[in-house]
Design a protein around this ligand. Structure first.
Ligand code: PLP
Length: 470
């Protein structure tokens, strides 16, 4: 037995010990502090206490890592983590990651991992159907995150509108290509514009209205002006659930302008996309079925461990046109079969079996399980908003999603808001964040955990009320 394999007895013991330590965290997450004490020197000392020239015993090394993560992390799986869409991971997702690590299927070539690739294809088709895409035109690929999925969208839109882009790049263009999104859009759109070489100046951040959605009138004005100036608008990004406030851009209006000006419409539904799984919320995403592509993060509202992001499109040829490369060294077995090699569909080459998390979670909990959880989290979000109002906190955003941006009715300057946030984080009982709504400093709380109940909301409100009086 090679030492890297360990012996069967050692493996059994190490796995049992590891499971026991993980289980004690998973079963009693609520008993932990949510926020760690931030002490960079001490963390660094602990991390570096292992000398790679004198390696430790396996059990000891594993134990140190688990203790370190338990002590020094914001516990996003905690029921009082009211944070940035990071969920408590569902058990099926955790098991999926373990299975993936053992088989380590190579997703680059279909013939290397037929079961894994077909499981991903199935989930791509099924999620496309949930979003309202037609079965025979849905295509897509798993990505490392919403950031990669948004970058994929920019690349697809470029290849769609500039057929020479793959060969001659930006230098072959005669007019300035422009991207449009709301001022509240995720910054990964800016990053994508920088990454592809378009630069930040190619992104028009259209101001939002009172309702925090892209102002359609201003969008139309910008499009008209840019076209008159001789530029080439090519991509419109609508956000279906903004990161800050959960606002949903008016997708039917965006579609209308995209058609009028010849734009690729991309729906960034990284967080909000899960709303299509609940019949009460789905109408808020009306129009998403007309988007040319969609970003959806199953590691947000579908409660999977990072990362499980999807890029979906209703243009079946565009991913190949954008990414396909002919190589000599890749396996050729699948050439004559009706299958696609994922390395011709993705920015990535070697790729992890990310889709298993979604496949397994849907296999075990089904659409019905997700419908219930999404409905439940929405109800808890509504309870949070009600309790905030009843306790003299002013909720500053209006969204059907469980995201609340709020401030004290009387005192809401920058310093007061910041002090309040610091008190909450230092107490370590809850994690909330800060966000500016229409330029006004607010606190932000989001229901990201399927196990969060009214009890945790009552505790958060009591805590906020207390800190406000201090
Ligand atoms: C989270 C988020 C992203 C980025 O996704 P990652 O998975 O963090 O890379 C993009 N857009 C929106 C609207 C998001 O909420």
């Amino acid at each position: 037995m090679h030492p890297f394999d360990h012996t069967p007895d050692q493996r059994r013991q190490l796995l049992l010990d590891t499971l026991q330590q993980l289980e004690s965290f998973y079963a009693a997450t609520a008993a932990e502090r949510v926020t760690p004490i931030l002490e960079p020197e001490e963390v660094r000392r602990q991390v570096r206490s292992i000398d790679f020239s004198e390696p430790a015993a396996a059990g000891e090394a594993i134990g140190r890592v688990i203790r370190g993560l338990r002590t020094y992390a914001v516990h996003t799986p905690h029921p009082k983590y009211f944070g940035l869409f990071n969920p408590r991971p569902v058990f099926a997702g955790i098991v999926a990651d373990l299975i993936t690590a053992v088989f380590n299927p190579q997703m680059a070539a279909w013939s290397h991992a037929p079961f894994a690739n077909e499981a991903e294809n199935y989930v791509v088709q099924e999620m496309g159907r949930q979003f309202g895409y037609a079965q025979d035109s849905t295509d897509g690929v798993f990505a490392t995150g919403g950031a990669e999925a948004n970058l994929t969208a920019v690349l697809c839109a470029l290849n769609h509108h500039f057929p020479d882009f793959a060969a001659s790049g930006l230098i072959g263009m005669h007019r300035q290509p422009l991207i449009y999104c709301s001022a509240e859009a995720h910054h990964s759109v800016d990053k994508a514009a920088r990454s592809v070489g378009l630069g930040l100046q190619s992104v028009r951040h259209i101001p939002v209205g009172e309702d925090l959605r892209m102002d359609i009138g201003l969008l139309q004005q910008a499009l008209q002006q840019d076209r008159q100036a001789g530029h080439r608008p090519f991509l419109l990004v609508g956000t279906a659930g903004t990161t800050g406030t959960g606002a949903i851009d008016e997708l039917p209006e965006l579609r209308r302008l995209a058609d009028e000006y010849g734009l690729w419409l991309h729906a960034d539904a990284a967080y909000g996309g899960a709303a299509v799984l609940h019949p009460g919320l789905k109408p808020y995403l009306r129009g998403i079925e007309t988007a040319d592509s969609i970003t959806f993060d199953a590691h947000k509202w579908m409660s999977l461990p990072m990362a499980a992001s999807l890029f979906l499109t209703r243009h079946p040829a565009i991913l190949s046109r954008t990414f396909s490369i002919v190589t000599d060294y890749m396996p050729q077995e699948a050439r004559e079969m009706p299958v696609t090699d994922p390395f011709t569909h993705s920015i990535q080459w070697s790729r992890r079996f990310t889709g298993l998390k979604l496949y397994l979670a849907l296999s075990i909990y089904g659409w019905e399980g997700y419908k219930e959880v999404i409905g439940q989290q929405t109800r808890i979000g509504n309870y949070l908003k009600e309790q905030l109002w009843l306790n003299d906190w002013q909720v500053m955003n209006d969204t059907p999603f469980p995201v609340a941006c709020f401030r004290d009715r009387q005192h809401h300057d920058e310093a007061f808001t910041q002090r309040l946030l610091q008190r909450v984080l230092q107490a370590g009982q809850s994690w909330i964040s800060r966000y500016h709504v229409h330029g006004q400093p607010c606190l932000r709380a989001c229901i990201t955990n399927y196990a969060t109940t009214k009890k945790e909301i009552d505790e958060l409100i009591a805590e906020l009320n207390r800190h406000r009086e201090e």
